[in-house]
Design a protein around this ligand. Structure first.
Ligand SMILES: Nc1ncnc2c1ncn2[C@@H]1O[C@H](COP(=O)(O)OP(=O)(O)OP(=O)(O)O)[C@@H](O)[C@H]1O
Ligand SMILES: O=P(O)(O)OC[C@H]1O[C@H](OP(=O)(O)OP(=O)(O)O)[C@H](O)[C@@H]1O
Ligand SMILES: [Mg+2]
Length: 282
């Protein structure tokens, strides 16, 4: 049975459960459940703190985990990223009161508050900057106001939390993060049950980012049309009953679908339709 760690709380928890559900796995019914078995798919899910997941997976007792890239790096666990999942996207950045610091060098002699001590300490050491790090569990934006630190290093998504605290980012982003699948470093990723799990999640990712597009066009316009909709492998082209016309079917990125429909219309394609993909295996 495949044993999988899933975040039990926080930003990762809901979207991870949604993705697993979309991939056809049974998920827990109540947020207090700590484990659940999906007998049909021969998988057991363990609901753990996101911060602990890489550590459990690196021990080898769990085969796979879903966590954040920043949490994996921060943990220093002997685990590696095997699939990015495209949700819980964020950057990890330094911030301070406007003008208090402008670059990494300005951190020398200062105190940095963060929940991600591993990432920050390593980044400072790699950059040769001598600053102190104070660990806080969360809500670190308030640490400056309350005099615990001059600088913070934290997860930034929209920047709202920083703005509300009157803080500004400075320097380059320390890292970019998103939800990821992790596996013990060096463990066999080719194992069939692991591959099947990854294929299912990849199917969800594709279904989320592509739509199926169908249209009719004149044979003379086919090359131009195919250039607009190259598909993943190659589009399906079928003859229509009306001579000189073909029907074309190809997957296109959802974000580009409206522009592609306009461009197809402009070259004479008609009956242009898009349909959602619910699941797929590439
Ligand atoms: N506002 C956000 N937008 C996107 N990703 C976020 C956000 N806040 C945290 N994350 C990501 O979620 C993961 C942290 O999850 P975790 O559950 O530990 O913290 P949290 O979501 O801040 O919840 P809590 O603070 O309630 O524990 C990290 O990978 C982080 O990058
Ligand atoms: O840039 P934003 O869109 O504002 O998002 C970033 C904020 O979200 C997270 O906080 P969370 O609400 O999880 O609280 P925490 O600080 O206690 O973890 C993170 O720690 C930042 O504070
Ligand atoms: Mg948080």
């Amino acid at each position: 049975m495949l044993r999988i760690a899933v975040p039990n709380k926080g930003s990762l928890s809901g979207p991870a459960a949604d993705m697993l559900h979309e991939a056809g796995y049974r998920q827990r019914r109540e947020s207090k459940e700590l484990r659940t078995v999906d007998p049909v798919n021969d998988v057991e899910f363990f609901y753990l703190r996101p911060r602990d997941i890489a550590i459990y997976v690196s021990s080898g007792r769990l085969d796979i985990g879903i966590t954040g890239r920043d949490l994996l790096i921060d943990s220093g666990a002997h685990a590696e990223e095997i699939l990015p999942l495209g949700f819980a996207r964020s950057t990890f950045r330094f911030a301070s009161k406007p003008g208090a610091a402008e670059s990494l060098a300005d951190l020398a002699g200062k105190t940095v508050a963060t929940s991600y001590e591993g990432i920050v300490a390593k980044h400072l050491a790699d950059s040769g900057v001598d600053a102190s790090v104070v660990h806080l569990d969360g809500a670190v934006e308030t640490a400056i106001e309350l005099g615990v630190a001059e600088v913070i290093a934290d997860v930034v998504e929209t920047g709202t939390s920083l703005r509300n605290a009157g803080l500004e980012v400075f320097g380059e982003p320390i890292m970019t993060s998103e939800a990821i699948v992790v596996r013990r470093a060096g463990a066999d990723v080719e194992e069939p049950k692991v591959q099947q799990f990854l294929r299912r999640l990849q199917g969800v990712l594709v279904a989320r980012t592509y739509v199926m597009m169908d249209y009719d066009c004149r044979v003379e316009q086919l090359e131009k049309a195919v250039a607009l909709t190259p598909g993943l492998e190659s589009p399906t082209v079928s003859p229509l009953h009306n001579e000189g016309w073909v029907a074309v079917r190809a997957m296109v990125p959802t974000k580009d679908a409206q522009r592609i429909m306009d461009d197809l219309y402009d070259i004479g394609a008609r009956a242009i339709l898009t349909t959602a993909i619910h699941a797929c295996r590439l």
